[in-house]
Design a protein around this ligand. Structure first.
Ligand code: CA
Length: 219
């Protein structure tokens, strides 16, 4: 999953970035509203964590512009604890949820998981498909009840495909979900991770669609 972190406070931004990366999200971090707007116009994010008080362009303004383009990416706004008015304005401008600062990190992560779930049209918190089970909250994967250890990127590639069984994702689309701007991408990276998933969870789970990409077939 690819996230955009919009935060102008260097210390908070660095801390949140580390936490999100530790949770295996691919994260791009921008520090002002103009950069946020540019990133949102060029990349396909799965979720945006948006601070409202930003230099150069206000967070609310960035959010309104995003929704005016009819972009449906989930947006989680961050506001000060006593800023009820900001939260209301943010929600009415198209935010999906809010978190208060200073962050409770566990709550932040749970809200991110909930929004990602909802935006994929899912209610159930755990992925289950043909004997494979992925729990995003605990990062546990099992095959027929037996624990399987997936690397961060093996997990990410499988999760991206499990969100919509039957939908084909191209290599470029998978790269977009797996890597942030800072990552070096080797040309066969996606193939390597898919190979890893197949070795651990069986060849049938992820199928190659020649010339198009990869799919987890519907049950
Ligand atoms: Ca700020």
């Amino acid at each position: 999953m690819r996230l955009l972190l919009v935060e102008d406070d260097a210390m908070i931004g660095e801390a949140v970035l580390q936490v999100l990366r530790a949770e295996h999200y691919a994260v791009d971090w921008v520090r002002d509203g103009v950069m946020a707007d540019a990133a949102l116009k060029t990349e396909a994010y799965d979720l945006v964590l948006l601070d409202l008080g930003l230099p150069r362009r206000d967070g609310l303004d960035v959010l309104r512009a995003l929704r005016a383009r009819r972009a449906s990416v989930p947006v989680l706004i961050a506001t000060a604890r006593d800023a009820v008015g900001d939260r209301i304005a943010g929600l009415d401008a198209g935010a999906d949820d809010y978190v208060v600062k200073p962050y409770d990190i566990d709550e932040l992560l749970a809200r991110i998981r909930a929004l990602l779930r909802r935006s994929a049209g899912r209610g159930e918190p755990v992925f289950e498909h043909k004997g494979v089970r992925l729990n995003p909250a605990t990062r546990e994967a099992t095959l027929q009840g037996q624990p399987v250890l997936l690397s961060a990127r093996e997990w990410a590639v499988l999760e991206a495909l499990l969100v919509r069984p039957g939908a084909v994702l191209s290599r470029a689309q998978l790269e977009e979900k797996l890597f942030s701007w800072k990552d070096d991408i080797s040309s066969n990276a996606v193939e390597v991770y898919i190979h890893g998933v197949r070795k651990k969870l069986g060849n049938e789970l992820i199928q190659t669609v020649r010339g198009l990409g990869y799919v987890v077939p519907k049950e």
